[in-house]
Design a binder for this molecule. Structure first.
Ligand code: UDP
Length: 479
């Protein structure tokens, strides 16, 4: 049997790690010729959730070997404030020599030949290491196919126009989206030189990959896939949805709190609870939390709310309810008492498990791609409330292109703009409508997502093609 080693290089952020590890699991489960070395770039900031996740991988996977790369000084904090994209690109780039050294000393010296690198979408700089070692690289794109199309579009546009977008830019016809895309939903980096250039460079590197693996499925994004038929785009493999159905392991996870959530949900009527959760980094200031509380109370619906209070400027820590000395001081007076019977507030939520619970009727989400896939999988409609990064364009796709989500807030340029209680209440009521077309379409898509990953499904077939390509390579080292 011809064995094959793959080197995985994730971006050190939970939202990126979860799906690439699910992909590793999928690959190992599908073909026992593979083994995987995970090169761990240490996060530039303290990240307990990420560290705990890596520890759990190291402890539980016999065919995944974790190698921690040496610590590298992160770029200056000012860069993080001026451009997160450039900060991440520089930080990842500064690990190239360590990646090459780790592969040379710990992987190529092994008896199993190296079949390729699987690099996260923000680690495309490592494709250069692949070139130097004569090994093909596959990009693992943690966002959706339409966003991949956006990255490629940016590159084409840049080669024609050469500069970033202006705030007054009209709608853009981006081939991977069905409708023209207003500039108000584009990620903010397109308006800032540093971030824009970093992302154009990322788009350029994508084209050097031997293949691009996307956590999505054809039935959901058929339009985007049709737009990839142009020359010069590497083969795109849809292998999703990749969902960690066993739930997330992290040090913040307070088992007792999760048990409390489970028990509380068990006591609620079917489809009666709206769940609010905004990803691994979503947080709000006190005024926004107040508006949300007012809206929930006025809507009359039961709720499970993962609350994260944003820290004052200059402090990067995100507080959870347990950090808030007194949540009552942040929320409207008497809110906790009045909603005691119908609401539960928590910190880090066991999101996948919550979405799977029959009591959940709707999800107010920031529209991170993992959250969208998890919610579609469980047939729970979303009210979309994007906060940062690509979330606005994801919302645009879900609401306007696909009709798979209710719009809560889309048309705002600044992510710190206050969303008033009336808007939230209206969206929650619409979301919880048991007969809505959105709910019907989401249920239908839920069935399609589950079919895609089993034998005979589109993602199952696409993974088969990818495996053939990976095993068909001339390995960097002969057996
Ligand atoms: N998540 C969770 N509990 C939380 C917040 C997030 O389990 O309280 C998980 C969620 O299920 C998803 C991931 O963290 O798998 C967040 O990824 P997503 O792409 O939705 O958003 P990001 O964190 O990248 O903004």
């Amino acid at each position: 049997m011809r064995r094959a080693e793959l080197v995985f290089i994730p971006t050190p952020a939970v939202g990126h790690l979860v799906s690439i590890i699910e992909f590793a699991n999928l690959l190992l489960g599908r073909d026992d010729r593979f083994s995987i070395t995970l090169l761990v770039i240490n996060p530039p900031f303290a990240a307990a959730t990420f560290d705990a996740y890596i520890q759990s991988i190291a402890a539980s996977h016999t065919r995944i070997k974790c190698i921690h790369l040496p610590l590298v000084d992160p770029p200056p904090q000012e860069l993080f404030r001026s451009s997160v994209e450039k900060y991440v690109a520089d930080f990842i780039d500064s690990h190239k020599a360590h990646v090459k050294e780790a592969i040379t000393s710990s992987v190529l010296s092994d008896s199993i030949p190296l079949a390729g690198l699987v690099v996260d979408m923000f680690c495309t700089a490592m494709i250069d290491v692949g070139h130097e070692l004569g090994v093909p690289s596959y990009v693992f794109f943690t966002n959706n196919a339409a966003c991949l199309g956006f990255s490629l579009y940016l590159l084409t546009r840049h080669d024609q126009v050469g500069i970033e977008f202006s705030e007054s830019h009209p709608e853009s016809v981006i081939p991977s989206y069905i409708n023209p895309v207003p500039s108000s939903v584009l990620p903010s980096f397109v308006f800032h030189k540093q971030g824009y250039i970093s992302m154009v460079n990322q788009g350029r590197k994508l084209k050097e990959a031997k293949g691009i693996i996307v956590n999505t499925f054809h039935e959901l994004e058929s339009h985007a896939f049709r737009s990839f038929l142009d020359d010069g785009i590497p083969p795109v493999y849809a292998v999703g949805p990749l969902i960690n159905l066993k739930g997330q392991t992290n040090s913040e996870a307070n088992q007792a709190e999760h048990d409390k959530i489970r028990k509380w949900l068990d006591d609620q009527p079917p489809s009666s609870v709206v769940f609010l959760c905004f990803g691994s980094m979503g947080s709000f200031g006190a005024p926004q939390l107040k508006e949300t509380a007012l809206a929930l109370e006025r809507s009359g619906h039961r709720f499970l709310w993962s609350v994260r209070l944003a820290s004052p400027p200059g402090n990067d820590k995100i507080a959870t309810p347990s950090d808030c000395q007194n949540l009552e001081e942040v929320l409207p007076a008497g809110f906790l008492e009045r909603t005691r019977e119908i609401g539960l507030i928590c910190g880090w939520a066991p999101q996948v498990e919550v979405l799977a619970h029959k009591a959940i009727g709707g999800f107010v989400s920031h529209c991170g791609w993992n959250s969208i896939l998890e919610s579609l999988w469980h047939g729970v409609p979303i009210a979309a409330w994007p906060i940062y990064a690509e979330q606005k364009i994801n919302t645009f796709q879900m609401v306007r292109d696909l009709g798979l989500a209710v719009e809560l807030k889309l048309d705002c340029r600044r992510s710190d703009e206050l969303v008033v209680a009336e808007e939230i209440e209206k969206a929650v009521k619409c979301l919880m409508d048991g007969e809505s077309d959105v709910r019907k379409r989401v249920k239908e898509m839920s069935g399609k997502s589950r079919k895609a990953v089993v034998n005979g499904g589109s993602s199952f077939a696409s993974l088969g093609l990818l495996i053939e390509t990976m095993l068909g390579n001339d390995f960097a080292q002969t057996e």
